[in-house]
Ligand binder design. Structure first.
Ligand SMILES: *[C@@H]1O[C@H](CO)[C@@H](O)[C@H](O)[C@H]1NC(C)=O
Ligand SMILES: *[C@@H]1O[C@H](CO)[C@@H](O)[C@H](O)[C@H]1NC(C)=O
Length: 360
């Protein structure tokens, strides 16, 4: 090997070491991720439920390592996978997959997210683990950590850990699909206020149980998911759903800002999933997508009438699609959005991004 090659080898070695060091210093700063939320973050909890809201069958997982359907509502990895990867950690396991074991280890993070879950208990009632129920499960995990590590150590571990929360889309979809009569007695402003009132208590409970680093992923532009486009003759986005989402995200951000001012040690980042994802939907080609309206996997008009099942059609080129099925993003979309949340800047992620949150 000549000197030039040695220099290149040394340089690439140095880069490998630097990248590894950067990832491991984040992992040291954030020892674990605790995930709560809905199908955007479910990594297999619903596999353990008697529910229609499942994704543990093909063609889900077609691009996951081994081509395996894991319960992720995606062709491949989803947001918690990319979050963990960026932090240099392993993906936190589904609570229901580990909680029955007497030697369950909760120190490396746990995922409570469940497809169909909403802020309200009534959203997809009995079809998922409601957000309140997820918090109840988390309280058991917290108690178990106190028992195994001791009070002070458990508190310090949880304070450094990242609490990633994605919740609200299913409530909004339920509201938009409700009857005109129901909406007449519950105008959108009132509906969003009720969501935020519930969220206030839920975030407070998480804080009381030790959460100090909170990543809140706002709801996406749910009106543009293929299923809601189907509601209109021109297949345009549902303005009503996008409006609800924008209001909810703004109110959730101001709730967190207020909480952080008054609650010692609380640090947070809000990711505006709506604004971030709308960029891909409005200018797909600029972001490397060929199709931002139709779902890759499904049946019927725009593959949006029926979800992704073993008999559904699926597209050949999954990296060209924004949406995997009638509600969920593809792995490609989730990877790109997580990268923005990780290293992006206001107004898409604020007041800090995930990398900064991990260092605070
Ligand atoms: C929602 O369910 C939880 C139990 O999972 C319960 O403690 C709570 O009171 C319920 N909230 C409402 C508004 O019914
Ligand atoms: C898939 O689609 C993307 C976006 O249109 C394109 O850049 C890429 O080359 C395609 N890949 C294949 C294998 O056709």
């Amino acid at each position: 090997m000549d000197a030039g090659n040695n220099a290149i080898a040394a340089a690439s070695f140095a880069i490998v070491v630097l990248v590894a060091a950067a990832a491991s210093s984040l992992a040291a700063a954030v020892p674990a991720v605790y995930v709560l939320g809905d199908s955007l973050a479910d990594v297999g909890n619903n596999n353990h439920l008697l529910t229609l809201l499942k994704a543990d069958f093909p063609h889900n997982g077609i691009d996951y390592p081994g081509g395996k359907a894991t319960g992720r509502f995606s062709n491949g990895k989803n947001f918690p996978d990319f979050l963990a990867e960026n932090l240099g950690l392993a993906t936190s396991p589904p609570y229901l997959a580990i909680s029955s074991s007497s030697s369950a280890n909760y120190v490396n993070g746990v995922n409570f997210a469940s497809g169909g879950a909403g802020v309200f208990n009534s959203t997809n009632k009995d079809q998922c683990i409601s957000f309140d129920k997820q918090i109840e499960y988390y309280s058991k995990v917290q108690a178990s950590l106190v028992q195994s590590l001791g009070e002070a150590q458990a508190a310090s571990h949880l304070a450094k850990s990242l609490f990633a929360i994605t919740i609200g889309s299913n409530d909004i979809i339920g509201y938009v699909r409700s009857s005109a009569a129901a909406k007449a007695t519950n105008p959108m402003e009132q509906f969003v206020d009720a969501l935020i009132q519930s969220l206030t208590g839920q975030l407070q409970r998480l804080y009381d149980l030790g959460a100090r680093r909170v990543l809140f992923l706002g709801t996406g532009p749910v009106g543009c998911c293929p299923s809601l486009r189907e509601l209109s003759a021109d297949r345009g986005c549902s303005g009503e759903a996008n409006d609800a989402s924008a209001r909810y995200n703004a109110a959730a951000a101001s709730l967190l800002r207020g909480m952080a001012e008054r609650r010692a040690g609380l640090r947070y980042a809000v990711f505006d999933s709506s604004a971030a994802l709308l960029r891909y939907i409005e200018r797909p080609a600029a972001y490397g997508f060929a199709e931002a309206r139709a779902a890759c996997c499904g049946l019927g008009d725009m593959n949006a009438k029926i979800g992704c099942t073993p008999v559904s059609f699926y597209c050949a080129n999954r990296t060209g699609y924004v949406f995997w099925d009638f509600y969920h993003p593809t792995e490609a979309t989730a990877r790109m959005l997580t990268a923005v949340a990780f290293d992006g800047s206001p107004p898409l992620v604020f007041p800090v991004n995930i990398r900064q949150l991990a260092a605070m």
